[in-house]
Design a binder for this molecule. Structure first.
Ligand code: SF4
Length: 422
């Protein structure tokens, strides 16, 4: 791993980052990547030569512990680490992902408006221009190949590749499960079923279509196309997101098929990232319908599985207001089922979402506390509760106060759900 100085660039090919995702409060890189340093910026590229992260330093950058990261959907995220006291308490992470599109992010402001971020992007474009003019005489072949790969992956190609990803899986992933924070949102998406069961009135991420299973052949085609698209960089992935909004309702056979085929075809056993993970959403009905065999199957897979269930509220008045066709009694049963599964299966973890908003009935928050405090006789560290903020949440200080009060009473880990797409 030798650094090469060419003009005013310092190029290092195939650096090795950590092989396991950890919670850490400073910029940390995972997997294999190559990097180029230019002035105050460090640009890191994945194994296909696609830009992955930009880190700034010193004058002209916002904070040395903050960075920009690009995902396979060609979205950039600004990871804000400093200046948000208690970020970990609210999100379960030491950084707060700030997104360039409308989300429910309640911390920090839009960094994409700042001149510092605009300058970092301009510097990336300057780098591409400089690389295209570089005198390659005497450059080691490894470095030459890397430069060629970067030049092939210009902004237009990256946009096209994101489009290709969405075409393969049948559209953009409108929301990732909150638990994907455990792998810094680095998941390969695979659609096993479209739509959802309820089409709730309040929901901003739904497709509006009813639930529809994909055929096995379709799933297999997607995996092969994903393998071609992620290409060399699939080596850096160890996690799969089974979409869309209620993959749990797909049932044992399809879930097992998709999980095993993607593990084999994408060669996750060879990933430089250890401890593979499987993420999916489920609903109250899919959780209540799922029998023992489904969880026993999941527990035997090579993955650790995280299932996120949208419970929203256990209060009948709230469920009626948000137009979710469920009863409080059914939500309570699903919550109990979630706790029982978390206790029984060491490789399966179910988390739950509840809504947060100032326009919800007064009976809403007590209904959640009844489940997560009164019905539990001790603290449970497995099975996170996420609060998903609605549009009207009041002042940020008010949210923080209420959240902290709830957290101190709840007998489970509680965090805010930061909605991210892919
Ligand atoms: S909350 Fe879940 S079930 Fe309801 S409409 Fe949205 S995606 Fe569908």
């Amino acid at each position: 791993m030798e650094a090469h100085s060419i003009d005013n660039l310092t190029i290092t090919c195939e650096k090795q980052g950590a092989d396991n995702y950890i919670k850490i409060s400073y910029p940390f890189r995972y997997g294999k990547y190559s990097e180029i340093k230019l002035n105050n910026y460090t640009f890191q590229f994945n194994l296909n030569g696609e830009i992955k992260t930009i880190l700034g330093r010193g004058e002209g950058w916002l904070d040395a512990s903050e960075w920009l990261k690009r995902n396979a959907g060609n979205d950039w995220t600004y990871f804000a680490a400093g200046g948000y006291t208690g970020a970990y308490d609210f999100t379960g992470e030491y950084y707060v992902p700030c997104l360039p599109y409308d989300s429910n992010g309640i911390f920090g402001h839009n960094r994409f408006d700042s001149p510092e971020v605009a300058r970092a992007f301009a510097s990336w474009h300057q780098l591409i221009d400089q690389l295209s003019k570089i005198n390659k005489t005497g450059i080691p072949p490894k470095v030459n190949n890397f430069i060629n790969r970067v030049l092939l992956m210009g902004p237009e190609t990256l946009e096209q590749r994101a489009q290709d990803l969405h075409d393969i899986i049948g559209g953009r992933v409108s929301v990732l499960p909150p638990d994907t924070r455990h792998v810094e949102y680095d998941v390969i998406p695979l659609t096993i079923a479209d739509g959802c069961l309820y089409n709730c009135g309040f929901c901003r991420v739904k497709t509006g279509n009813g639930f529809k299973l994909r055929e096995k052949k379709d799933i297999l085609d997607q995996i092969h196309q994903l393998k071609r698209l992620y290409d060399k960089d699939s080596l850096n992935y160890n996690s799969i997101f089974l979409g869309q909004h209620d993959a749990l309702f797909a049932g044992t056979d399809i879930i097992e098929f998709a999980a095993r085929q993607s593990y084999e075809i994408l060669e996750l056993q060879n990933s430089v990232m250890k401890h593979p993970k499987l993420f999916l959403f489920g609903s109250v009905d899919s959780l209540l319908r799922a029998d023992k065999s489904l969880f026993e199957m999941l527990n035997k897979l090579s993955y650790e599985t995280f299932i996120n269930i949208g419970l929203e509220s256990a209060d009948p008045e709230t469920l009626a207001q948000i137009e979710k066709p469920l009863t409080g009694e059914k939500v309570t049963r699903a919550f109990k089922q979630m706790m029982a599964i978390n206790k029984k299966y060491n490789k399966v973890e179910i988390s739950a979402n509840f809504l947060y908003g100032t326009d919800l009935p007064e009976t809403h928050m007590p209904s959640i506390l009844d489940l997560t405090r009164n019905q539990l006789n001790h603290f449970h560290s497995k099975g996170t509760i996420y609060f998903s903020p609605l549009e009207n949440i009041g002042s940020i200080q008010e949210v923080k106060n209420k959240f902290t009060e709830f957290k101190s009473l709840c007998r489970m880990p509680v965090y805010i759900y930061l909605i991210q797409r892919l």
